[in-house]
Design a protein around this ligand. Structure first.
Ligand SMILES: [Zn+2]
Length: 244
């Protein structure tokens, strides 16, 4: 085995590791980017429910406000009642106190009627929500399963990337720095595939470059046979490598 062959052996291994890292990272990105249909549905249903919740907020706030008002009116009415029960109260004042009492009773009634109307509105929205809640419940189990599976997949790919990065560290000591940076340049310009192998075809006289699928000339094959320097694919410019 020539020195060049053993260097290429190593670089080819490095390329395989690099490509596996890229592939795993692509898988992770794909999971992050593309929602599973059931996840999409789950998110949309939740968004609808949130919109209904928002719709209910002003009604709920108004109802709370009215309840506070009613409590205040009831306090005032109680004070009036105490005056009525009090024997010390000036009889001339009684007529005025009765009127005041009647006024609070009316105010309480009006506020209570308004609350009933608000509750009806809230009930209508609740009714609309119910259908979506049911749909959400129907897919909940599948959603949880899919989400857990995808999280597990991501974790597995991430562990794989870590493992490959560890393996990659061994190549830090690659002796031929010039060749290494040449390889890295080619990797950038050739879709991560700086080194291509030669593949047989159905026609035993024709061999192709796995980088571009174009036939490799006899002269190139002969140069590869000698293995005394780098040999490039005439078509795509990748370093050609014959797996030993
Ligand atoms: Zn090629």
């Amino acid at each position: 085995m020539t020195e060049m062959t053993s260097k290429l052996d190593e670089l080819f291994k490095l390329q395989q590791i690099d490509n596996q890292i890229l592939q795993n990272m692509r898988r992770i990105r794909q999971i992050d980017k593309v929602e599973h249909p059931v996840q999409k549905k789950h998110r949309e249903l939740n968004a609808k429910l949130e919109a209904f919740d928002k719709e209910q907020i002003p009604f709920k706030a108004k109802a709370k406000e009215l309840q506070d008002q009613i409590a205040a009116y009831k306090d005032k009415k109680n004070n009036v009642d105490m005056k009525l029960d009090d024997s010390q109260t000036d009889p001339k004042e009684l007529q005025f106190i009765f009127k005041e009492r009647e006024q609070y009773t009316k105010l309480i009634k009006t506020a209570e009627d308004e609350i009933v109307k608000l509750m009806l509105e809230l009930g209508n929205v609740d009714l609309k929500k119910r259908g979506f809640v049911e749909q959400l419940n129907d897919i909940e189990e599948e959603f949880k399963k899919v989400t857990a599976e995808r999280a597990a997949d991501k974790e597995r790919f991430a562990v794989e990337v870590e493992k490959l990065r560890e393996e990659r560290k061994a190549f830090k000591n690659f002796s031929d720095k010039t060749l290494l940076s040449h390889y890295q340049e080619l990797q950038k310009t050739h879709d991560g595939m700086a080194i291509a192998t030669i593949e047989d075809t159905d026609d035993k006289d024709i061999k192709v470059c796995t980088g571009c699928n174009v036939e490799v000339s006899l002269r190139t094959l002969q140069a590869l046979e000698r293995a005394d320097g780098l040999v490039y694919c005439q078509r795509c410019g990748r370093i050609l490598y014959r797996q030993g």
